[in-house]
Write a protein that binds this ligand. Structure first.
Ligand SMILES: [Zn+2]
Length: 250
């Protein structure tokens, strides 16, 4: 079993408090957009699909760089994988920097929390990070829709477990991956976007529900205490320490 981390681009965000609610106001920050491929003996899994620059609203487009070569299916092909063979696509949530590549995997089964799908298709007023164009053509795709609090053991062998980390969005989820050599890795996605979400308990930006987001941070902190390696959603400094594809974790 292998875990690949793909580099899905950068954004220069003028205000870091977008990731640390009420903290670091007005401080500019560069963030990465990670995407992941898990090569499991029983099938290929994508976790988050990155940005689709064509669909990005102008306000985000100005601050974002993502080259055509960074599209997730193209990065897979360069490693020798076939995108049409992906069995599962897991979305941590459906914001524009995670759901942008959904239509690249029409044959896959998508695992998205039931409440996240509802929120994305019918967002609250003021919720600007869902981009309908990213998923308007995916209504007929196959979905597994875990409920709140439901744990999903994807291959029924304990190697890839999805758990509820809602709060940043209505139906956010993270993944625990148990790798033979590396040990336990957690893909936190936007339940912990930057280091201060975990180290200081600052809430991620734009939370749907702050109290639940704090509980989700606590779940991640507990996993970290038990020795898991937590991969953050948008933290450049820690991203640069990771093995980026074509390197991998085994
Ligand atoms: Zn994000």
């Amino acid at each position: 079993m292998r875990l690949y981390v793909f580099d899905g681009g950068r954004a220069l965000v003028p205000d870091m408090s977008r990731f640390t609610m009420g903290k670091n106001i007005g401080i500019p920050v560069v963030i990465p957009f990670p995407m992941y491929l898990i090569d499991h003996p029983e099938g290929l899994v994508i976790f988050d699909t990155g940005i689709n620059m064509d669909n990005l609203p102008e306000v985000f487009k100005k601050e974002t760089t993502c080259s055509p070569d960074q599209r997730i299916d193209r990065q897979m092909v360069r490693l020798g994988y076939k995108p049409e063979e992906v069995k599962y696509v897991i979305l941590s949530h459906m914001h524009l920097d995670h759901a942008g590549g959904m239509t690249l995997f029409p044959n896959a089964t998508f695992i998205v929390r039931k409440e996240e799908l509802r929120m994305a298709w019918w967002p609250e007023d003021g919720e600007k990070a869902y981009v309908f164009a990213d998923y308007k053509d995916t209504r007929g795709y196959r979905y597994l829709q875990p409920k709140d609090d439901e744990e999903v053991d994807v291959f029924k062998d304990g190697s890839l477990i999805l758990f509820d980390t809602s709060g940043h969005t209505r139906g956010h989820q993270s993944a625990v991956i148990r790798l033979p050599k590396t040990g336990t890795v957690v893909l936190a996605a936007d339940a912990a976007q930057v280091g201060e979400n975990l180290s200081k308990g600052y809430l991620p930006g734009g939370c749907w529900n702050s109290e639940i987001a704090a509980q989700s941070i606590n779940k991640l902190q507990q996993l970290e205490k038990k020795g898991a390696k937590i991969i953050l959603g948008h933290d450049l400094r820690s991203f640069e320490q990771l093995r980026i594809a074509p390197e991998w974790y085994g």
